[in-house]
Ligand binder design. Sequence first.
Ligand code: FE
Ligand code: FE
Ligand code: ZN
Length: 281
Amino acid sequence: MRNKLKIGCHLSASDGYLAMGKEAVAMNADTFAFFTRNPRGGAAKEIKQADVDAFLAFAAENGISQLVAHSPYTLNPCSSNEHTRQFALDTMKDDLLRMEYTPGNMYNFHPGSHTGQGVEVGIEEIAFLLNTVITEEQTTTVLLETMAGKGSEVGGRFEEIAEIIARVEKKEKLGVCLDTCHIWDAGYDIVGNLDGVVNEFDKVIGLGKLRAIHLNDSKNPIGARKDRHETIGNGYIGFEALSRVINHPALCDLPFILETPNDFDGYKREIEMLRAAYNKK
Ligand code: FE
Ligand code: FE
Ligand code: ZN
């Protein structure tokens, strides 16, 4: 049963786009995420136009859309090290060119860690990177991911995300990806007061900026600032609360991406569970 819930998981890009599309359909998903290159950074695999064309046709036939690509998680746009910042900038520039092979999708990244420079400097550097890499021509929306706030991570508070957005010129190419494990770990009580958290997001950032959800349970209690994902229903957030997330009127039409520690069968099971819990007809 494939209902209106837009859901998928993080897939390996090593066999190309068509392979990911087929894997998504096999687990009853209609969207997915993937790393644009090796998650640890480094050179990206060449994109084959034939694979892209086959995928685009397959995706259109099978209702796959709203992909949420993920930048390598080792990039740090607000490191105190200038070379590290430049590497993040060069990599993202290249990733955004690669994203145009599959036009109109989303590219999510971690704002980064300020490594002792302070949040304000971090925010300036992240905005500088975005103002450098985002182009008028791109069809991709760049998403800032909400973070758990561990160490010197920027983006653990909605206010920090809002401050970055405020400094970016081409705001229409910019959005936010909300990670349920991360905001829970950052102290937002989506179990006891989901409405309150959604209202807070709206007040500080604006719900119009929210473009995707990373749907994860957490291995840790609220406010732990750890960022350790758990399978759906087996962590401190729990299945009931995550069901309320997918059914919330402000969230229910967004793409939901699972980043839970799972193999193919585990993802398939979670997608089935969540589709069954989805109320919108
Ligand atoms: Fe992430
Ligand atoms: Fe995430
Ligand atoms: Zn995470």
